[in-house]
Design a protein around this ligand. Structure first.
Ligand code: NAG
Ligand code: NAG
Length: 287
């Protein structure tokens, strides 16, 4: 999608910006917080401008009629942008033959409970609390040592759209501190065609710290830390790899939760960086 920039004199300064950001990450002198913030803002603006440009280019120049379909400024539009990005990636011949320049092959590691779903054991007190009928649910039976346990699993709002979208951008891996007996059927339910989630890691892959917290070794999913990020509602999970963590609020029951949709612009932009840490480490400075 960056093909236009490489051939347009008007935007020649853009690649330099990326280069500056990248080399900055390896520089030994630590820049001030202010300059880091400024660079983050600039890089966001850059990525949004490029998305907007592609939108305009594709719909008004390449396919003049199709833009009429996508006028609405709500989630429908996110959907269109996502589809658009995918379409142009999978068919580069339309207007960017051989010049796709973003860094491919990134891995997105996702937590499961309270990030993508929430589960309650049937029969427990909590089970009666969730009443909102518009939240998708499924009962999952887990064979315990003595008896089988029944769980009601609820999907976080927009999780289906989220997974569908990001699986076209990233290699998607689920890394959960839950046991596989429970998590496996839940992931099967989320990824019914078995096409979106490439790999699954369960509790036995986590590092259990003395305080009882589970840490996730994301290098198991992708050894190159420049190419992997972890979305987890529990920041402890990426304690070993703070610069690779993307926080998300815990989800329990709210039917109006939009946190997964809110992540899409960041995730969209991150796939164009040479090192995700150059952006993600700026979060620690309040951005
Ligand atoms: C968002 O788009 C949907 C689907 O087209 C539509 O039903 C809804 O009214 C729109 N919402 C707003 C706030 O425009
Ligand atoms: C994480 O996993 C990698 C590869 O499996 C291994 O080499 C490394 O020692 C692990 N790190 C920790 C802290 O366990």
């Amino acid at each position: 999608m960056f093909s236009f920039f490489s051939s347009s004199p008007a935007t020649n300064s853009m690649p330099t910006l990326t280069a500056t950001l990248t080399s900055n990450a390896t520089n030994t002198t630590i820049p001030t917080v202010r300059s880091r913030k400024r660079k983050l803002v600039i890089s966001y603006v850059y990525h949004y401008l490029s998305l907007v440009y592609e939108f305009v280019y594709t719909f008004f120049i390449v396919k003049p009629k199709q833009h009429l379909i996508s006028r609405k400024r709500n989630h429908t539009q996110i959907s269109n942008t996502a589809t658009l990005a995918t379409t142009s990636n999978s068919r580069p011949t339309t207007h960017s033959k051989g010049t796709l320049q973003y860094y491919k092959g990134k891995t997105l590691v996702l937590d499961l409970d309270e990030t993508l779903v929430h589960s309650v054991r049937l029969g427990s007190q909590e089970a009666d609390n969730i009443v909102n009928s518009c939240i998708k649910r499924k009962q999952i039976e887990v064979q315990g040592e003595k008896q089988s346990l029944l769980y009601q699993v609820y999907k976080r709002p927009h999780v289906d759209f989220f997974l569908k979208t990001i699986s076209q951008w990233y290699k998607v891996v689920i890394f959960t501190a839950s046991m596989s007996e429970y998590a496996d059927p839940v992931i099967d339910w989320l990824d019914q065609d078995q096409t979106m989630v490439s790999h699954r890691y369960f509790r036995q892959s986590c590092i259990c710290r003395e305080d009882g917290n589970y840490l996730k070794n994301i290098t198991m999913a992708e050894p190159d830390l420049a190419k992997v990020c972890l979305v987890d509602n529990s920041p402890v999970a990426y304690d070993l790899f703070k610069d690779n963590g993307i926080p998300i609020s815990s989800w329990i029951e709210s039917p109006n939760d939009e946190s997964l949709l809110d992540l899409l612009p960041l995730l969209d932009a991150l796939r164009f960086t040479s090192d995700v840490r150059s952006i993600l480490r700026l979060q620690r400075f309040g951005l």
